[in-house]
Ligand binder design. Structure first.
Ligand code: MOS
Length: 768
């Protein structure tokens, strides 16, 4: 993939660093040298050479392998399990069912709510639920033994689609029926009045398909007991989150559970919390007094560790002649599969544009399908698919340029949060500068092509409304030779967290990022960090790391000032040395007090978010597509992501996130859909052959990342807002709008696959 326009270098910031300092807070950075640079991954070498030990690579002496027997039926009740034959199979060391000692574990699909299931629930609510597990000497023996477990099921009628869930006589998936909750409502102003004042109103209905995370690294755990202390190497985005839930599931003190994830190979939200297989591995390890490795197969990752559930959305939008939005309404039907989950978010409808009258209504039901789970910007891409196409249709009805219509309604405060101002709002710049860099006007005016290949361009805007929990602690230790250790509980989920945090230490201490060794993501030895999710990893951890490094810096400067007989304010740190205004260089190792005292240790904590402000990222993306009207194929020719995520911490990792988000959005728009067989209620494309994630050939050949850095000195002490999720929010809608521009067809259902497009094009021809 050609990195079309590389991100332009960040413009220097000349304002005084003290700007934005709050009590007890460090001053925000002004200009930085190491932070913002295109520093390659500090762990790139071990990742590409294969020497990095991921949990799947771990080999422990005497380790056993485990596998899980899963319910093949969409809805069933386990009547009887006979494990006797499996227990006698070669290599089998333990067979686990809900009746095994300690295995009757309640399961909480929603944090803070009551148990709705069990580790091995006899009531199986989707095809893929855990029924039994085996530990054996080899993984083949374990899987072989699964086939020898005899299970009698009472097969129950099932609900395959959400429209059926509330029909009279529909089989109940939970006691109390299939309604997940009362209708959720958000309202401000009066939408009826708003629509009555509108000069143009459009209403469209949309569907989005269920998308599967299926990260390259499958999910799994290695569990080992030493006495009553449990160590788990887990493929997780958050070691502390897994530790807490695992300790609670097994009734262990927090101090006795150690969760480690040295490297992880993608999760996208599916590895945010505790999984059943982790508890199963721990129980099997206890039963066999051996370490146990339990990894899911690729197929299992499609069934039971989460998805972005399907949605049905209707959006109505009304505006004045000049484009002023006067009313927005969304009605959503969603499902979390067989367990509670909120698949759609009304946040975009409520907050992306200034609009006095807004109403959002969401109904969520249970169906017999795998559980929904956070998936890169949970709730947002489906909502964006609907909202941003509706805005596009509204622009057409008003005879306005879609960029102009959006610019007309850029918000100045967070309306959803009761009118609090933003620390920075780059949305207008994303739209304006993005349009310019994309040559929007020229592309919009260009002929759409003759013959069967039609071109079009589209735009969509977005924002991300989550700013999570900013708690985080970090330690920084500096040695006299200029090397340092950063100790942080943060997980690097592939985004480059370690690299960015090393840059933060390097920036403060005047050393190279390569000189920073990192201890991370280990609840036994590193400091608390929230799970890496919600685009909060840098936002939560970088300020804590910076505070720790600053503490070291302060102490170092004190020592240097005393030893060199110069005031601290005259000294700066660079190249692993203290430098005087005359340019005399005193390497850290020449400071006697430091050599005697090393390492200097700083402890840094994250301060709360600024009060009375919202610190959120914004985005606008532009797409150019070519539609083959004979085959229905849609090719994305180029895309540009104009991203306001605050400070660019690292040019390379910033681009990675934007390009990765766009590619994921291409999959949502064009190729990805879980297919459930209506006759059996089972997933029929639970593999990488039939479930289509975009390959290199589907990726836009020209991708441009355009950071729109609003120089936010208030959001936190590093100035960065979230990036990973906003980068994928508007992608699919921008593509759909480009398809409309190319061929005049509004694709309301994802994915816009050739199969769907061919049918739409045919109907268009007949109606045309
Ligand atoms: Mo994300 S879906 O919060 O990993």
């Amino acid at each position: 993939m050609k990195a079309g326009g590389r991100s332009p270098a960040r413009e220097g910031v000349s304002e005084v660093a003290a700007n934005g300092a709050r009590e007890g807070h460090a001053a925000a950075w002004g200009t930085t040298t190491v932070v913002g640079a295109a520093v390659p991954r500090v762990d790139g070498w071990e990742r590409v050479t294969g020497t990095a030990v991921y949990p799947l690579d771990l080999q422990l002496p005497g380790m056993l392998y485990a596998a899980v027997l899963r319910c093949p039926h969409a809805h069933a009740r386990v009547q009887r399990i006979d494990t006797s034959r499996a227990e006698g199979m070669p290599g089998v060391r333990a067979v686990l069912t809900g009746a095994s000692p300690g295995a009757d574990v309640p399961w909480f699909p929603q944090r803070g709510k009551g148990p709705l299931s069990k580790l091995f629930d006899p009531h199986c609510r989707y095809a893929g639920e855990e029924v039994a597990a085996v530990a054996a000497t080899t993984v083949f023996q374990a899987r072989e033994a699964l086939a020898a477990i005899a299970v009698e099921y009472e097969v129950l009628p099932f609900v395959a689609e959400m429209e059926q869930a509330l029909l009279p006589g529909a089989p109940s998936i939970h006691e109390g029926g299939n309604r997940q909750n009362e209708t959720l409502r958000y309202q401000r102003g009066d939408v009826a009045k708003g629509f009555s004042e509108a000069d143009a109103v459009v209403e469209l209905s949309f569907q989005t398909a269920c998308e599967i995370h299926t990260p390259m690294e499958v999910h799994g755990s290695v569990a080992r007991w030493e006495g009553d202390t449990l160590t788990v190497w887990d493929t997780t985005q958050g070691v502390f989150a897994v530790r807490d839930a695992l300790a609670s599931a097994l009734g262990l003190p927090l101090a006795n559970v150690r969760v480690i994830c040295p490297y992880m190979g993608g999760g996208f939200g599916s590895k945010l919390g505790l999984n059943k297989h982790t508890v199963i591995a721990a129980l099997l390890a206890r039963a066999t007094a051996r370490p146990v490795k339990l990894f899911l197969s690729r197929e299992e990752t499609f069934l039971c560790v989460g998805n972005r559930p399907p949605t049905r959305l209707t959006i109505k939008a009304g505006a004045k002649k000049d484009g002023t939005l006067v009313a927005l309404e969304m009605k959503a039907l969603g499902t979390g599969g067989a367990y509670p989950y909120l698949p759609t978010s009304g946040y975009l409808v409520a907050d992306l544009y200034t609009c006095p009258n807004v109403a959002v209504e969401q109904d969520n039901v249970f169906i017999n399908a795998g559980p929904g789970r956070p998936f890169r910007a949970p709730g947002y891409p489906p909502c964006s698919w609907a909202l941003e196409q509706t805005i596009d249709a509204l622009a057409e009805k008003l005879g306005m340029d879609p960029v102009e219509l959006r610019l007309k309604n850029v918000p100045v405060v967070s309306q959803q949060r009761g009118g609090v101002p933003y620390t920075s709002t780059g949305l207008a710049d994303c739209l304006r500068r993005g349009a310019e860099a994309f040559s929007w006007q020229a592309a919009r005016g260009r002929a759409r092509g003759k013959g069967h290949l039609r071109r079009g361009v589209g735009v969509a805007a977005g924002m991300w409304g989550y700013d999570g929990e900013p708690r985080a602690t970090a330690f920084v230790s500096l040695f006299a030779d200029g090397s340092a250790i950063l100790n942080t509980g943060a997980s690097d989920i592939g985004t480059g967290t370690k690299t960015v945090l090393a840059q933060v230490v390097a920036e403060e201490l005047g050393i190279a990022p390569e000189s920073v060794r990192i201890e991370h993501a280990d609840t036994g030895t590193t400091q608390y960090a929230p799970a890496s999710g919600g685009s909060q990893t840098v936002v939560a951890n970088a300020p804590a790391v910076r505070a720790a490094a600053q503490e070291v810096r302060r102490e170092l400067l004190e020592m240097a000032a005393a030893e060199l007989g110069r005031p601290q304010t005259e000294l700066r740190l660079a190249g692993g040395a203290v430098v005087t205004p005359e340019g005399t260089v005193h390497p850290f190792g020449s400071l006697k007090a430091l050599v005697a005292r090393q390492p200097l240790v700083g402890v840094g904590r994250r301060h709360p978010h600024p009060e009375g402000k919202a610190a959120l990222p914004f985005v606008a993306q532009f797409a150019e597509v070519e539609v083959n009207t004979r085959t229905g194929e849609v090719r994305v020719l180029r895309m540009l992501g104009a991203q306001d995520s605050g400070r660019v911490m690292n040019q390379l990792t910033f681009e990675n996130q934007v390009f990765g988000g766009i590619v994921m959005g291409v999959g949502f728009a064009l190729t990805e859909a879980r297919v459930v067989d209506r006759q059996t209620g089972t997933v029929v494309n639970a593999n990488w052959h039939d479930y289509k994630i975009p390959t290199m050939k589907d990726c836009p050949p020209e991708l441009t990342c355009l950071p729109v850095d609003p120089q936010d000195r208030e959001c936190n002490t590093v100035g960065a807002k979230g990036l990973g999720e906003p980068a994928t929010i508007p992608t699919a809608a921008a593509i759909a709008n480009a398809v409309y521009h190319a061929v005049g067809i509004r694709v309301t259902t994802t994915p816009a696959s050739p199969v769907q497009m061919a049918a739409l094009l045919e109907r268009h021809r007949q109606e045309g």
